[in-house]
Write a protein that binds this ligand. Sequence first.
Ligand SMILES: C[S@@+](CC[C@H](N)C(=O)[O-])C[C@H]1O[C@@H](n2cnc3c(N)ncnc32)[C@H](O)[C@@H]1O
Length: 246
Amino acid sequence: MKGGFDPILSLLRDATGVDFALYRENTVQRRILRRLALHDIGSLEEYRMKLETDPCELSALHRDLLINVTCFFRDLESFEHLNKLVFPRLAQDRPADAAIRIWVAGCATGEEAYSIAISLQEYFAETGHTYQVTIFASDISATAVERARSGKFSETIAGNVSPQRLNRYFSKVEGGYQIDQGAARDVCIQPARSDPRSPVLEVGLNQLPKRSDILWKRSEERYCPVTLRAQPRRLSCVGSVGIRVR
Ligand SMILES: C[S@@+](CC[C@H](N)C(=O)[O-])C[C@H]1O[C@@H](n2cnc3c(N)ncnc32)[C@H](O)[C@@H]1O
């Protein structure tokens, strides 16, 4: 990355271990420039000096760059794809005692993992299948993981979750909705970094599944490390069904 961004990225790399040089350049640069504007700072060099002496700003920049934006049933088409193509393939000739394991990498605040849990429950209800399911969800952001684990979401989810699903899988609580134990039962959320350098998204954590049936990684270019985008075919090596979600 040119134009004075490199020293800022080095500082971040040293402080957080995340190499944002591997992420989409435009997005990273835009987010850094937004922080400059926020503090009314005129040059990247001046901002770098601020970062050296202001750990709160360094954390704020790190948080901004991770971009925890997500929502329930984001991109409906991919959920239809799951339902019509992936779930039937998973269930085909599957022994009754073969548990299904799904890994949602970069789950942010959990909406995606719970959406998959709900979709799978609905698929089981429709087809009569009953497999044990574990959905491992992970994210590098500890605050996002904490929120994901709480299972509590704001009122705005009603924009993406149908009234029937709200009624069936959530309880109304003050200020929003709480996912019910039934829907959350299969979801296990871990703080974990998916190493952008690794083509198969190895996270190096023993608790994550060695083999998953589905690896769910939404590869929106803005959020994904470049090396992951460059190796999409390798994703399918992780499990019997690898789906790449755009
Ligand atoms: C924009 S959110 C996407 C959330 C969800 N997958 C979706 O598409 O709705 C991107 C998430 O990826 C996480 N992330 C970015 N780099 C990561 C890495 N190297 N390892 C694990 N998580 C990462 C961020 O913390 C953020 O929560």
